[in-house]
Design a protein around this ligand. Structure first.
Ligand code: NI
Length: 139
C-alpha cells in the first residue's frame, strides 16, 4: 500500500470587506481599492482540503471522504457559508478577511480534527475568484 494525497472540495458563499480599523478610510481605499467598500461584497468561494496518509489495506482508501466532508463542514463551512466573514466568524475575529488569512485560519481549524481521522493535513487551497486562489501548507 502506498502513501497517497487526496483532496476534497467544498464550497461556501460569504460576504466580507478588506478594512483595517487602525487605518483611515482614505488609506484603506488606497491599499484595498473596491475590496474596502464599506457596504461589503461577496464571493462564491471554493475550498480544497488535501490530506495525506497510508492506504488502508482493506479498502485502499486514505480516508473516508464522507467523514472528511462532514469534518470540513462542521469545523469550517458551517461557520462561513452565507455569513459575513468580518462580523460572524469566530475564527476570523481580529483578522483581515483576506484569502491568505482565510487559508491560514481554515488550516488551524482543520489540522487537529483531520489528525483524528488517521491522516495528516497537507494543503488548504481557497479560491476567491476565477483568477485568484491561495494555498497554505502549514508553514
Ligand atoms: Ni473580496
Amino acid at each position: 500500500m502506498a502513501f497517497v494525497h487526496i483532496t476534497r472540495r467544498e464550497r461556501f458563499s460569504a460576504a466580507h470587506r478588506l478594512h483595517r480599523p487602525d487605518w483611515s478610510d482614505a488609506r484603506n481605499l488606497e491599499v484595498f481599492g473596491k475590496c474596502s467598500n464599506p457596504n461589503w461584497h461577496g464571493h462564491n468561494y471554493e475550498l480544497w482540503v488535501t490530506v495525506k496518509g497510508e492506504q488502508d489495506p482493506a479498502t485502499s482508501f486514505v480516508v473516508d471522504l464522507s467523514a472528511l466532508s462532514r469534518l470540513i463542514n462542521t469545523h469550517v463551512i458551517d461557520y462561513l457559508d452565507h455569513k459575513n466573514i468580518d462580523l460572524d466568524v469566530p475564527f476570523m475575529k481580529g483578522r483581515l478577511s483576506s484569502t491568505e488569512n482565510l487559508a491560514v485560519a481554515i488550516w488551524e481549524q482543520l489540522a487537529g480534527p483531520v489528525a483524528e481521522l488517521g491522516c495528516t493535513l497537507h494543503a488548504v487551497k481557497v479560491k476567491e475568484t476565477e483568477n485568484n486562489h491561495v494555498e497554505y501548507h502549514g508553514a
